[in-house]
Design a protein around this ligand. Structure first.
Ligand code: CMP
Length: 139
């Protein structure tokens, strides 16, 4: 099925100037960019986006990190792009992420309270629909 997925270049990725590199990898893989917008999150958006992590020990630091600078919000499109982007992104922990992946090639552990792992990608069709609705109210 042709799917859409919400991808975020998190504040660490934008700060390090890796937005273009992430978009390049998405396009080189053959997915289409359906929407791209640089924006600063709000506590309200993050409460919705990270609802499933509320109460976890890293939740507070995660929200603080996500508010620390602009993020690049992207909607990508293509056959099985949800699984495909997660495969491009690599494992959550950038130290463990395989070389060849975004996190494996470009990320590392900075010894901070939250894993600053450069990108987010939706994990299911249900989350993708929910997250696209949160970040792009017009889509
Ligand atoms: P993501 O999977 O996009 O959404 C939840 C985020 O929380 C995750 O990326 C990491 O940035 C962060 N995270 C997840 N697990 C941990 C953890 N055990 N310790 C610190 N940060 C985490």
């Amino acid at each position: 099925d042709v799917q859409r997925s919400l991808v975020l270049v998190k504040p660490d990725g934008v700060r390090r100037g890796l937005s273009g590199e992430v978009l390049r990898r998405i396009e080189a893989k053959g997915y289409t960019l359906a929407a791209v917008e640089l924006r600063t999150a709000t506590p309200e958006i993050l409460a919705e986006h990270y609802a499933e992590h509320e109460g976890k020990p890293f939740y507070g630091p995660l929200v603080e990190f996500m508010l620390s600078g602009p993020v690049l919000a992207v909607v990508i499109e293509g056959q099985r792009c949800i699984e495909g982007f997660r495969s491009l992104a690599g494992a959550t922990d950038p130290t463990a992420a395989a070389p060849g992946t975004i996190r494996g090639d470009l990320g590392r552990d900075w010894g901070l309270a939250v894993q600053q792992n450069l990108v987010h990608g939706s994990d299911s069709e249900e989350s993708a629909a929910r997250e696209i609705g949160i970040w792009f109210t017009e889509l």
